[in-house]
Design a protein around this ligand. Structure first.
Ligand SMILES: C[S@@+](CC[C@H](N)C(=O)[O-])C[C@H]1O[C@@H](n2cnc3c(N)ncnc32)[C@H](O)[C@@H]1O
Length: 426
């Protein structure tokens, strides 16, 4: 049983950090690394809420986890005393306020962890349901408090309390905090949460908020998918390949935009089940959709189709620094194979959601992929994570999603493209 912190930080243990760490926190960063902790008050617990100090001077307060390389996460900077519940309430209200007004019924990420000054906490809103994700031991300790505060904050913002609240503490990243994984329905009907619908700009997506991936839907690609739909609309009857389709975020938009055929490739049976339901619910032409439950690399090795649009939206290949070389190779291979399937003049929408791969690195990998295929590409569009996943400028770690649309410039023999789509402008 975890022990919740008292609401008044004045009584919390102290954690002494190096001047270098304190300087970084003063500059707007929110992490203290394990090797920057010089002394940690030991109340006999691996993780606790604490006051950070350097050279005996107060720096701020937040949470500490002796098992994590990111040992400290700052919530309040400066010597000002504040109560934990008051700060969480204010931060939640501010984060939600930044996203308002939401178009009626639209889903959104309401809290994006460090970028909303609530490290380790994510809140997604799929009206009428809320999903709270805890990524850290520190957030786990304040879950009872958040379960009280969050429904009230949602009621104030949207005029009604949520009909269900789900706690998802099941992301693999929790291993780095040495905390177990669990999912719990705080209130509401579990079956209703499993059969939710997510409204996104004219398309309804079936979503399983309890068992589905992440919090049930990939909200972060919203703007990129809309840009893609606009491009498909300019090419009536286009052939589209949606790789790593999950529940069809990209391909359903293509069908809506008049694509002649969309091939969805995804290894998860559950995801394809959601996709089937969404095809029907949106009245989209089932006969134009092919659902392949298969490994993307195996599919690309055997498929001989040629497409006007190829979408590649894989999971994060680089989960740690050690995995970076392998991830680079996987991105290179994937995008080479995807490029081969693209018709001259067509567009490859290539994404990477690996935080450890920068935009410049990913652009370099794409350039290498095209070069090794003997091709030439224009960057027709460059996108990032949706604005409800803001990037905190003082914390580059909050930027993770890259999306490039590459247009195949050359024809098969170096001649002009057989069919060229207009450049997409911002
Ligand atoms: C980032 S998500 C895709 C999100 C989706 N494009 C959307 O917009 O909703 C990655 C997906 O790839 C699937 N996946 C992971 N590895 C795969 C593989 N080797 N072959 C096929 N699918 C894979 C996962 O099941 C997951 O649904």
């Amino acid at each position: 049983m975890v022990e919740a912190p008292s609401l008044d930080p004045a009584g919390w243990p102290e954690v002494e950090i190096t001047p270098r760490a304190a300087k970084r926190l003063a500059g707007g960063h929110l992490w203290v690394f394990a090797n920057e902790v010089t002394a940690a008050g030991d109340p006999g617990r691996p993780a606790f809420w604490c006051r950070f100090r350097t050279g005996g001077n107060p720096v701020g307060w937040g949470c500490y986890n002796r098992h994590s390389l990111i040992a400290g996460r700052l919530f309040a900077f400066g010597a000002r005393e504040d109560r934990l519940d008051g700060l969480l309430e204010r931060r939640l209200a501010a984060a939600i306020g930044r996203r308002l007004p939401l178009p009626p019924g639209r889903a959104a990420r309401l809290v994006f962890s460090e970028a909303d000054f609530l490290p380790g906490l994510v809140v997604d809103f799929y009206p009428p349901y809320g999903v709270l994700q805890s990524h850290t031991a520190g957030i786990d300790l304040v879950l009872p408090l958040l379960e009280e505060i969050l429904p009230a904050a949602l009621r104030r913002a949207f005029g009604a309390p949520p009909e269900g609240l789900l706690i998802r503490a099941d992301a693999p990243v929790r291993e780095l905090e040495a905390v177990g994984r669990f999912t719990r329905v705080a209130f509401g009907d579990r079956e209703a949460l499993r059969a939710a619908w997510v409204e996104e700009e004219g398309v309804r997506f079936a979503a399983d908020l309890v068992e589905g991936q992440k919090t049930g839907f990939f909200l972060d690609q919203r703007e990129n998918r809309l840009r893609f739909e606009k491009a498909v609309r300019q090419a009536p009857g286009a052939r589209v390949l949606d790789l790593f389709s999950y529940s069809g975020g990209w391909g359903l938009r293509a069908l809506r935009a008049g694509a002649g055929r969309v091939v969805f490739v995804e290894e998860s049976r559950e995801a394809l089940g959601l996709l089937e339901r969404s095809l029907a619910a949106n009245g989209l032409p089932r006969e134009r959709a092919a659902l392949c439950r298969e490994d993307v690399f195996e599919f690309l090795a055997r498929d001989a189709g040629r497409y006007d649009f190829v979408v590649s939206d894989p999971p994060a290949f680089a989960k740690s620094k050690k995995a970076l070389p392998q991830a680079h190779r996987a991105y290179l291979k994937l995008n080479r194979l995807a490029w081969r399937r693209l018709k001259p003049g067509g567009l490859l929408f290539a994404s990477s959601c690996s935080r450890l791969v920068s935009e410049a690195e990913f652009a370099g990998i794409l350039a290498a992929a095209v070069r090794r295929e003997g091709g030439r590409a224009h960057v027709a569009y460059r996108g990032m994570q949706a604005p409800d996943h803001p990037v905190l400028l003082s914390m580059p770690e909050t930027a993770y999603l890259k999306c490039f649309a590459l247009r195949k410039v050359e024809g098969e023999n170096g001649g002009p493209p057989a069919r060229s789509f207009p450049l997409i402008s911002k």
